[in-house]
Design a protein around this ligand. Sequence first.
Ligand code: DAH
Length: 340
Amino acid sequence: MQNQLKTILEEAKEQLKNAVSLTEAEELRVKLLGKKGKMTEILRSMGSLSPEDRKQMGMIANATRAEIEGLLSERMNALKEMQKNARLQAETIDVTEPGVSRKLGTKHPISITIDQVCQVFTSMGFSVVEGPEIETVFYNFDALNAPKNHPSRDMSDTFYITDDVLLRTQTSPVQVRTLMKQKPPIKVIAPGRCFRCDTPDATHSPMFHQIEGLVVGENITMADLKGTLDAFAKQLFGPEAKTKFRPHHFPFTEPSAEMDVSCFKCGGTGCNVCKGSGWIEILGCGMVHPHVLQVGGVDTEKYTGFAFGMGVERVAMLKYGIDDIRLLYENDMRFIEQFR
Ligand code: DAH
């Protein structure tokens, strides 16, 4: 029995040395000192010894047990320390290591242009409103007085989702939504995305942006339209900018016009930007057609209004001298960063 105890102790020493984790050490403890452990087994078997031997063996067994316990707790403490050190090592932060530099983005020329135009109009007391990009045929065409056979309604020009739902081809439906929601006096601009079935080339994109304007009130006349848009052009392009209005046709305005701005590159003498004419077409406009006002529930005996719409890409391209609309959608930072 004494030999047995000796072997157990020797084995325990060896095994503890090889235990490299706390779990392993704990398993060893159970194996040696647990209820079914080797030491317990021996202590139990001492019942068959004579009282003399039992006393002596008991002392040896207890000493062995105490030694094993001591070795166990020593090893466990060492393992705990090792674990802690390993964790600290793993969590070490090298404060001298250079940080990851996060590049600051820049505003896109389209956003800059929208912001500038909105800024000019809000300074004149307009508020900015928005409408959905997914529209109904009613708001995009019917309510805007577009004839049933108008070519812009064709599948080849408009992205239809269903027979009644489409991607808006213009921001003009926001006029109708605003008229239905607000009572005159109304003074709003509505920037946003529009979509048309165009094959991309230097001047066409199936997705583009417009800014719509709508003013409705008592005694609003063509003179208000001209005065407002001339003031806008002077603020956006500089005080020397001149404007001129040419008759045009839109279903939702009567009379309708297009506004040209004197070329801001050559000042009107003729250059490559204005194609020699000295003028640049900038927007469509007109007095809101009574049919549109009526759809919006406006009393056309009391109120009149004017509206306008411009292409944001066109303004941005002219302002920044960008010769291909596709550059605006490639999101090449080398391009975008130029317009800070
Ligand atoms: N919606 C027109 C277009 O996409 C632009 C336009 C013209 C808007 C005249 C207007 C307007 O509000 O009065 O071509």
